[in-house]
Design a protein around this ligand. Structure first.
Ligand SMILES: Cc1cc2nc3c(=O)[nH]c(=O)nc-3n(C[C@H](O)[C@H](O)[C@H](O)COP(=O)(O)OP(=O)(O)OC[C@H]3O[C@@H](n4cnc5c(N)ncnc54)[C@H](O)[C@@H]3O)c2cc1C
Length: 511
């Protein structure tokens, strides 16, 4: 019953009521709704195909706006009447200038794969889709520096630089849809962070249109620039609350000559940490990923066809799995190291693993990765997911999953018609656990059983309530579990400084 997409456009008051489940924050400022006059103005800035609105001259049916108004999980719904798809920075600037004057809220949208409801409106804000800004501006194969429009899809960028023997410093399951501007705006982590670090390091420059339409050109291609405050950092992870990222300059990495992967099967979670220590020491410079999947996550991935299931005999007695990837300069050398590691693990007096399945071909390499990368997709096929993307000490991963399951059991919610699974997976190397509660449907009862329970648990470990997905609309009320009052106050001051009218992505991150 909470999944109803708002099909007609009711008054703002009733919209707030309808979507109270989305926690529309009380501090959202009074903003103007888009009118026919606004759409006429936007139609002077953009060509007709780039304006999608229920108002003339576009007069699109509300259904055509549905995908823009709904997030990837189908959990958060907006009621925007107007989607604008500019083709260049100048057009973004003119749109924002108008919205600033008219006090119209603006929601920047990339691939709309975000998992915290940041990319859809809380009311009827304009959606500014970056999908038509998809030109690669330059690539220097010597330095590896790529300058690109914000609307380029991550996978397309990967494909563009591959012939130049470079790879993007980030990779994630949503690569086929997410856009580099969205990645930067969420400070996406993903599967390569262990090796290449966060976007705070690899992004060299940004072009940003500020809320009043001013263009801030920080599109530097310099690796070193110590001329005072590094303003671009503020926009990395700002989730569209400070401005619209229109251009990105990013340092890509030389492609490794060889990549291998292996799935290690463990009886017990307690062995993951000693295993991580051994793997790190043994593989050292060629270790590029160390990912964890518990048995529940593995079962869901295979049930929904993500990767090929391991042989039954390999999975027997398994408590959890670890995917190890190596990327290095010489195939024989890397394979030798990986084989030696496997042999020593299996011949140890008290082996930490029961077996290891090594990929032997590019197809097997992808299939093993799919078991891990495909968990998010599998979860969404299985039911409605409550996703907690948290940073906690590695030693606490299993305790947090178990404690959450036990808590829900005590509340009588671990039943087929309520919560079907509580699973854990994630980036062990980064201390990032994805705690997923898979339910039959979204309900108030489950949500209030989970929150603040999960946030208090995270706080007790001095962890973070968002390791990589961001705050969006989902966690605005929970920031204080991770940030102290002084930090939150300064975040508010920064927001105020850039956007005193509160038009940029209202109701998100800081309210
Ligand atoms: C299957 C799957 C796997 C995923 N795996 C990972 C993972 O491993 N690691 C990870 O970190 N995330 C992951 N995610 C979450 C998501 O893909 C990332 O957050 C991604 O970076 C979002 O990019 P996007 O283009 O889809 O942005 P959107 O979802 O469109 O937007 C996300 C936020 O950024 C803002 N925004 C978008 N573009 C701009 C712009 N140009 N300027 C200003 N603000 C903007 C939006 O307003 C919104 O607040 C996954 C999602 C899915 C569906």
């Amino acid at each position: 019953m909470f999944d109803v997409l708002v099909r007609s456009v009711p008054s703002r008051t009733s919209l707030r009521y309808l979507r109270s489940f989305n926690r529309v924050p009380s501090l959202v400022r009074d903003l103007s709704s888009v009118t026919a006059e606004d759409v006429t103005h936007f139609s002077k800035i953009l060509s007709p195909s780039c304006v999608l609105s229920t108002f003339p001259p576009s007069s699109a049916p509300v259904e055509e706006l549905a995908n823009f108004n709904s997030d990837w999980m189908g959990k958060y719904k907006g009621a925007s009447t107007t989607v604008l798809k500019p083709k260049n920075t100048q057009q973004v600037s003119e749109i924002l200038k108008w919205c600033w004057e008219r006090r119209i809220g603006v929601v920047p949208q990339g691939g709309n794969t975000g998992l915290v409801g940041g990319s859809v409106p809380v009311n009827d804000e304009v959606i500014l889709s970056l999908r038509n800004m998809n030109n690669i501006r330059s690539f220097d194969p010597v330095s590896g520096i790529l300058v690109t429009d914000a609307g380029c899809i991550l996978e397309s960028l990967t494909e563009f630089i591959a012939p130049h023997r470079h790879i993007m410093p980030l990779d994630l399951g949503a690569k086929g849809s997410c856009m580099i501007g969205g990645n930067v705006s969420t400070n996406a982590g993903g599967l390569r962070l262990l090796r290449y670090g966060s976007l705070h390091g690899s992004v060299l420059g940004l072009e940003v249109v500020l809320p009043d339409g001013t263009v801030m050109n920080q599109l530097s291609t310099l690796r070193k620039d110590n001329t005072g405050y590094d303003l671009k950092q503020l926009f990395i992870g700002a989730e569209g609350t400070l401005g619209v990222v229109t251009g990105v300059s990013i340092l890509t990495a030389a492609a490794p000559e060889a990549s291998n992967n292996v799935i290690l099967v463990l009886r017990d979670f307690k062995d993951v940490l000693p295993l991580y220590q051994i793997v790190k020491q043994h593989l050292s410079e060629i270790l590029s990923a160390f990912e964890f999947i518990d048995k529940g996550a593995y079962d869901l991935a295979t049930k929904h066809g993500q990767g090929r299931a391991l042989d039954d005999s390999d999975v027997e007695g398994a408590g959890c799995f670890v995917l190890v990837e190596t990327s290095g300069g010489k195939r024989e050398h890397d394979e030798e190291k990986l084989n030696e590691l496997l042999e020593s693990l299996l011949s140890a007096d008290k082996p930490l693993i029961t077996t290891g399945v090594l990929s032997q071909s590019p197809a097997q390499f992808s299939s093993l990765w799919a078991l891990r990368e495909g968990v998010t997709e599998a979860v969404s096929k299985e039911g409605k997911a409550y996703k907690y993307d948290i940073s906690i000490p590695l030693s606490a991963f299993k305790d947090v999953v178990d404690a959450t399951r036990e808590h829900l059991r005590k509340k009588g919610l671990m039943r087929d018609d309520a919560v079907k699974h509580v699973i854990g997976y994630g980036h062990v190397g980064d201390g990032n656990l994805h705690l997923n509660v898979v339910a039959q449907t979204y309900s108030k009862e489950i949500e209030s059983a989970l929150e603040p329970f999960v946030y208090e648990l995270v706080e007790s470990y001095r962890g973070s309530i968002s390791a990589e997905h961001g705050v969006g609309v989902m966690k605005t009320h929970a920031l204080h579990y991770t940030k102290d009052a002084v930090s939150i106050e300064w975040m508010k001051k920064i927001k105020e400084l850039f956007d005193e009218r509160g038009i940029m992505n209202p109701g998100k991150v800081i309210v």
